[in-house]
Design a protein around this ligand. Sequence first.
Ligand code: FES
Length: 288
Amino acid sequence: MSNESAPQPALEKLADSLQQTVNGIFQAGGVPGKKARNFLNGVWLGHALHPLLTDVPVGAWTTAAALDLLSGADDKSDLAAGADAAVGLGILGAVGAAVAGITDWSDTYGEERSIGLTHMLLNVGSLGAYSLSFLLRKNGQRKLGVALSLAAYGTTAFSSYLGGELVFRIGSMVNHTAFHEKPGEWTELMDEADLPENTLHKADANGAPVLVVKQGNEVYALHDICSHAGGPLNEGQLEGDTVVCPWHGSRFCLKDGKVIDGPATFDAPTYEVRREAGKIEVRHVSSH
Ligand code: FES
C-alpha cells in the first residue's frame, strides 16, 4: 500500500477502539448478542441488510430536498410540512442503517476498514445535521433548518459514493464465491482411503478448491472459499456438522452449505458427492 493511501494513525486508533467496542458488546450479549449480530448482518435475508436500510434516509432526504426547493419561502404550505416529515423519516431510517452498517464494518480491516470509517463518520455528521435541522424546523427556524439539511444532503451524497466504492470496487459484503468456476460434471477429487475421518481436508476439483469432510458413512463437499471475504474454510474449525471460517467466524452447515452464523450472508456452494471404485467424485449443482 502506498503512503498516500495509508490510513492516519488517529483514524486507525479510532477504528481499533470502535471495533473493539462493537465486538465487545455483541460478545457480552452471549447467544442473544450472536442472534442480534446475525440479524443485523442480514443472515436471515440472504444478503447484507445495511444497503437495504440506506434506501430509507437517501430516499427520504432526497424527497425532503425536492419539497424544500418547491415550497420556496412558503413555510406554511403542505410541501413544507411534507419536507419536514421526510426529514424525520430519514432520521429514523439512518439510525437503523447505521446500526446494521457498523455491524458489517466491525469485521473489516485495511482499506475496507478505512473507507468504511470515513463513510461512517460522514453519515454520523449527516445524521447530526438532519436531527438539528428537524429541531430548527419545529422551533420556528425553518429557513436555517432547510439550509442545514441541504448542506447535509451533499455530505450524504458523497458518503453514498463511498458506500459504492466499498461494494463495487472493494467487494465488501458481496458473495466472494460468485465468480469462481465450479465443475458441473462429475470430477475426480481424491482417493477415499486418503480422506481422514472428521477432518477439514482441502482438495482440488479441476482447479476449484473444495473442502471435503468425512463423517461416518457420509462425505460432504463445500466450496473451500468463504462467501463473506474469501477465507479458507479448510483452515477453520470443524464443529459437529458445521465448519467455522478462520477469518471472522462465519459458520456453515456441511450438509447443505447454509449460513448459520454471519458475517457471511451467502450460503457456501455445495457439491454432490459420489464414490466410484475407491475414488471420491464431486459435481456442483447450481441452485439458480
Ligand atoms: S472470510 Fe469472513 S467469515 Fe469467512
